[in-house]
Design a protein around this ligand. Structure first.
Ligand SMILES: C[S@@+](CC[C@H](N)C(=O)[O-])C[C@H]1O[C@@H](n2cnc3c(N)ncnc32)[C@H](O)[C@@H]1O
Length: 188
């Protein structure tokens, strides 16, 4: 079997820490691949809180959730993930959050994620992680603006205190194009 790419591996890392009944966050819903995957993992008693700034993408995901009978476990918000703190109670546990950075393929390539808002959201989520909880970022550095965001996110993660968090980097290093790589922050 081939080594999994960053996207595939992000789902493996989610599977490990998301349990039935959990609350989780999809910070970049897009067409909903991660949202639907998370909805399956949390099951009928769990909750997926999703964010995206593109209404068309959210509408597409909402349709997929309805078709699969999972709409009651997912709340989609047409607002930037930098507002995530407003959607969580102060003592709310979030088992996992996923960020799939960059732009939505097949959509407006100027609607990209940016370091300041990405990091605002990550910082807001970290205090909600239980031990073993994870914030996972799939990082794309190849598009305009992507390298700057990747650099800032990488630096933030590298500076996290080892006593409280361990951070994994995963990705291929010998591909001709710039493949996405993964950063996973786990609360110890
Ligand atoms: C790579 S795509 C996500 C793909 C998605 N996970 C899927 O399964 O299709 C990145 C998404 O981030 C969204 N985005 C950009 N800035 C955002 C922000 N501040 N908050 C939430 N979403 C944002 C874009 O609209 C885009 O849909």
């Amino acid at each position: 079997m081939n080594l999994p790419n960053a996207l595939t591996y992000s789902h493996t890392l989610l599977e490990d820490c998301v349990y039935p009944g959990a609350t989780v966050v999809d910070a970049t819903v897009g067409n909903g691949h991660d949202t639907l995957f998370l909805a399956q993992l949390v099951g009928p008693t769990g909750h997926v809180i999703g964010f995206d700034v593109q209404a068309v993408a959210l509408a597409h995901t909402q349709t997929q959730l309805t078709l699969t009978g999972q709409q009651s476990r997912v709340s989609l918000h047409h607002v930037g993930h930098e507002h995530v703190a407003e959607y969580l109670a102060p003592d709310q546990t979030v088992a996992a959050a996923i960020f799939n950075l960059g732009y939505l393929p097949g959509s407006d390539k100027t609607k990209i994620t940016h370091a300041p808002t990405t990091l605002t959201a990550v910082k807001a989520l970290l205090p909600h992680l239980p031990r073993g909880g994870r914030v996972i970022l799939v990082v794309y550095a190849g598009h305009p603006g992507g390298a700057a965001e990747a650099q800032a996110v990488h630096q933030f993660c590298a500076d996290l205190p080892q006593k409280t968090y361990q951070v994994l980097q995963y990705g291929f290093i010998n591909q001709v194009h710039t493949p996405p790589y993964l950063l996973a922050i786990e609360r110890r």
